[in-house]
Design a protein around this ligand. Structure first.
Ligand code: NAD
Length: 500
């Protein structure tokens, strides 16, 4: 059976590049090929950037209220398309439907924030900074912004970027992951139906070649990247060298500390959901739990019991708590890291290796795995696994837990489970990560704050969405104004500081 080809969207038209060797899209629950993606070639990149540039010239002059009206319509259409989008995400990415709906909901929050763009772009004004002199400052769009996004959130991450880029007056070109490329095309359709002029939201499909052409293109001004740290570094370096403004969000190894005074049942439920939800393929997944010695044995038992009860099935199975991983390669790597940890002395308290649900033997499944007595030297601790594997590290106290987090090269998120305000406050102030949860396992900020990690989890200066996105997608302009009175001084002033 011939497979559908997922197209590019260039200047309002869908275009499947002829002749390119297609990349295959598989349903991770079955392993079967369900679509093909034809990589955008150099002429596609040229056409998209030219259309974006032309569209930007007029869009940046469109009154703010009219821009907001497009965003309000897009918000409505996105909400209505939530179930459709979730089905696309679940089919290509593998996550369970309820989680895919949650991803759309988190993306919607960013659109909510972007709808307030007239307020967000209000400038500042200082009257009479000197006699007869006023100063006004405001922000203007950059031009063409590019977004390069990962496989794990094919709707939410493009929505972290595009609503704010567009609301602030830019054109946006999305390069989604070739592993789950269809949601991007559906988003383009929704923007079009919302009345966004063509060329302002375009999609170019493919892999590194397309990315490298886009991020160094002379007519591109800004690059937002979300993906793994090695690629984030590479993209940041190349795009900065080409003179672009860049934010590059990378991988993670998020820790939760569980103190002896925490509500153990609440903490265990939170840790299990955050470690195994979306098969651990969230940049804010908890992959390490550091437990105080005093309660460690009992806590690990509790976590293992709950992890055993996780139902692993295809994402569209209503009974599923957890779906497959994205690919056979990713699954095999995760299982190999578990084997290496066992060989290095970790105790496999729950072994998910080899789990293959009946009827879905071709799918990319592995079961929830709990590794106890992990040490920082093991691969299971040192590497981002990005799968349903929870590493347990035993700690003497909060200080040892904080030191562990701070020694880790990643700094996306960290959570603390405790009943003590003093410990929570100390933790908040001491840990070197960007997003903190206190009795909250996945502290993803709401759309009116900004999202971003520290250290190897974010290369660049700006977090995504929220107020920082206004700054990222715009540049400042300041006007100093004087309207000389008819009786102004007849002499030239040679004093740089003199304004009066
Ligand atoms: P990835 O780095 O392999 O790919 C991300 C994007 O970059 C894709 O569009 C891909 O096609 C492109 N790409 C891949 N290799 C490239 C190269 N050499 N040159 C140019 N472009 C390239 O990441 P992934 O596997 O799709 O996603 C998982 C990773 O993303 C994990 O590390 C996860 O932690 C991270 N992630 C981070 C955040 C965050 O907010 N920090 C959010 C989601 C995912």
């Amino acid at each position: 059976m011939s497979q559908p080809v997922v197209p590019n969207v260039i200047a309002g038209r869908t275009a499947a590049t002829p002749g390119a060797e297609p990349l295959l899209v598989r349903n991770p629950a079955t392993g079967r090929v369900i679509a093909k993606v034809a990589e955008a070639g150099p002429p596609d990149v040229e056409a998209a950037v030219a259309a974006a540039r032309a569209a930007f010239e007029s869009w940046s002059q469109v009154p703010l209220g009219r821009r907001a009206a497009v965003l309000f319509r897009f918000r409505q259409l996105l909400a209505e398309a939530g179930d459709d989008l979730a089905a696309i995400v679940s089919r290509e990415q593998g996550k369970v439907l309820s989680d895919a709906k949650g991803e759309v909901a988190r993306g919607l929050e960013v659109v909510d924030f972007a709808c307030g763009i007239p307020q967000l772009l209000k400038g500042e004004f200082s009257p009479q900074v000197a006699t007869g002199v006023d100063v006004a400052s405001w922000r203007e769009p950059l031009g063409v912004a590019v977004g390069v996004t990962p496989f794990n959130f094919p709707v939410m991450v493009p929505l972290w970027m595009s609503p704010m880029a567009i609301a602030t007056g830019n054109a946006f070109i999305l390069k989604p992951s070739p592993q789950d490329p269809s949601a991007a095309v559906r988003l383009a359709e929704l923007w079009d139906r919302a009345g966004l002029p063509s060329g302002l939201f375009q999609v170019l499909q493919g892999g590194p070649d397309v990315v490298n052409r886009l991020i160094t293109h002379p007519q591109v001004d800004a690059v937002s990247f979300v993906g793994s740290t090695p690629v984030a570094r590479q993209i940041h370096a190349a795009a900065v060298a080409a003179g672009k403004r860049v934010q590059a969000l990378g991988g993670a190894k998020n820790h939760a500390i569980v103190l002896a005074d925490a509500d153990a049942e609440f903490a265990a439920n939170s840790v299990v959901a955050a470690a195994f939800g979306a098969a651990g393929q969230r940049c804010m997944a908890l992959s390490v739990v550091a437990v105080e010695d005093a309660i460690a044995d009992e806590f690990v038992e509790r976590v293992v019991a709950k992890a055993k009860a996780v139902t692993v099935a295809a994402g569209d199975d209503p009974a599923a708590d957890m779906g497959p991983m994205i690919s056979a390669r990713a699954r095999d790597r995760a299982e190999e890291i578990v084997s290496a940890a066992a060989a290095a002395g970790a105790r496999v308290a729950l072994d998910g290796r080899g789990l293959r649900p009946t009827g879905l033997e071709g799918g990319f499944f592995t079961g929830p795995t709990v590794l106890d007595a992990v040490t920082p030297a093991m691969r299971a601790y040192a590497e981002e696994i990005f799968g349903p594997v929870l590493a347990v590290v035993r700690i003497r106290d909060l200080d040892e837990g904080i030191a562990l987090i701070n020694a880790n090269p990643y700094g996306n998120g960290a959570a603390l489970f405790t009943g003590a305000g003093e410990a929570a406050r100390r933790f908040e102030r001491a840990v070197t990560v960007g997003m903190i949860g206190i009795n909250v396992p996945i502290p993803v900020p709401v759309g009116f704050h900004s999202f971003g990690g520290w250290k190897d989890s974010l290369i660049g200066d700006f977090h995504v969405y929220g107020p920082q996105a206004v700054d990222f997608y715009t540049q400042a302009k300041v006007a100093t104004r004087r309207w000389p009175a008819p009786d102004h001084s007849p002499k030239a002033s040679f004093n740089f500081a003199a304004r009066h």
